[in-house]
Ligand binder design. Sequence first.
Ligand SMILES: [Zn+2]
Length: 193
Amino acid sequence: MIEKFLEGNRAFVTGEFADKKAFYAGLAKGQNPKVLWIGCSDSRVTPERITSAEAGELFVHRNIGNIVPLSSWSFATVLEYALRHLKVEEIAVCGHSDCGAMKALGKETEDVYIPLWLNNAGEVLMRVDAEIRRLPHPPDERGRRRMVELENVRLQIAHLRTYPLVRRAEAEGKIRVHGLYFDLDSGRVTRVP
Ligand SMILES: [Zn+2]
């Protein structure tokens, strides 16, 4: 399988890379992305492709469930580098439909690491179930799952704002934070209200 992608790289080198020589020569000297994109590792949710972003435009952190963990060296390092060094101006947390991580929330499993990681989204189910109890007509399974996926984006943004670095930058008007949702059926990315 990797051969297919090495072949794909050869096509990139002789195609786009050759055609946009000056652009890629500029990128070889440094990056200046304006957006930190926090998304899911899902193979179908490719940030650059679904937003038509160019190389160099998105600084990306992806993990299972587009989580903003409260204690992870990996995530904290990405955040610190993006804000203090790259000086990104916007942060987007992007959830998506048919998210395996959101389906796995609260399910029994023999996995070891996945449930531990998903504890970072544990509160989502409680929030959604409380919301559903207030609704006159409960949603079907698909509707409930969408509520879970959307609520997870809101929760992860709340996590993001627990980082003093983010709170300070936001208070000073240096960054804006956005919640986004990618719908695999329509291909659309919309804002999470
Ligand atoms: Zn996902």
